[in-house]
Write a protein that binds this ligand. Structure first.
Ligand SMILES: C[S@@+](CC[C@H](N)C(=O)[O-])C[C@H]1O[C@@H](n2cnc3c(N)ncnc32)[C@H](O)[C@@H]1O
Length: 250
């Protein structure tokens, strides 16, 4: 197996069992859902890069409608379906193992497209481009994206991002991007840094502890990089973080 595939495999293993595979917060998501414009009855909903379905299950519970949950990790989708069964929600979840950048779905059909902490994998711009044709008339998108909070972030942070996330933008740039991608921005909502620690990094630290003595050098490299990421965020959570963009297809 080539090095990149081994890193992805180790990253997936490091995240197994975690409810969230990235920063997020059920209260923030619930708050955003409450602000959304009225959706049609039995809306068509998709959760792109759903992981173990933190948002999928919330959406299924909230709308009592089927959620298409897309991820390319079978392990994460298995976790999602296990959790869906535990909550009696399996009939509301369709787990789809595929690349979210290459969906052959009928165009103009999605009433609510949700994606937390995943769009960056295909670039935020690429995600908007790939998903816009799927949107129903006036369909709503809710995407979270890691971006700079400051218009002019410190040199140390831009330097770090050159490697960590070269495509990172400011919120203003992302708003412009959305507005020029066939959507209009309805709202912008920052995820508080406490959500990173309480819901993501905290549980992830437990997994790191359990795998710390693994003699797999790829896993060791993934752990070292993850710890570095946490340390950096601790020092710079005012300079960057996740922002939810609520948008409507126009
Ligand atoms: C940071 S995790 C977030 C997962 C979930 N939304 C959450 O908040 O817990 C990003 C997810 O995107 C998935 N992913 C990355 N690239 C993908 C692609 N091209 N197609 C489908 N899923 C992808 C990963 O497997 C992972 O589950």
């Amino acid at each position: 197996m080539e090095e990149h595939a081994r890193s992805v495999k180790a990253l997936i293993e490091l995240h197994l069992g975690l409810e969230r595979k990235g920063p997020g917060d059920p209260e923030v998501s619930a708050y955003i859902i409450k602000q959304l414009p009225q959706l049609p009855p039995n809306p068509h909903i998709a959760d792109m890069g759903c992981g173990a379905g933190a948002a999928t299950l919330l959406l299924a519970e909230q709308f009592h409608s089927k959620v298409r949950a897309v991820d390319f990790s079978k392990e994460f989708l298995d976790e999602l379906m296990y959790r869906a069964r535990q909550k009696g929600l399996e009939a509301c979840v369709e787990a789809i193992e595929c690349d979210m950048a290459r969906l052959d779905w009928e165009s103009g059909t999605i009433d609510l497209l949700w994606s937390e902490g995943a769009a960056y994998n295909i670039t935020f711009e690429g995600a908007l481009k790939a998903w816009r044709p799927l949107m129903a008339v006036h369909g709503i998108g809710v995407l979270s994206e890691m971006n700079y909070f400051a218009e002019d972030p410190p040199e140390r942070v831009t330097q770090y991002m050159r490697n960590a996330y070269p495509g990172i933008k400011t919120e203003a740039q992302n708003v412009d991007l959305i507005n020029s991608s066939g959507f209009e921005v309805l709202g912008v909502h920052r995820l508080p840094s406490t959500a990173w620690w309480e819901n993501y990094y905290g549980p992830l630290r437990e997994n790191i502890r359990a795998l710390k003595n693994s003699n797999d050098h790829v896993m060791q490299a993934v752990i070292a990089e993850t710890e570095e990421e946490m340390k950096f965020f601790e020092q710079h959570d005012e300079d960057y973080g996740y922002t939810f963009y609520i948008m409507r297809a126009i």
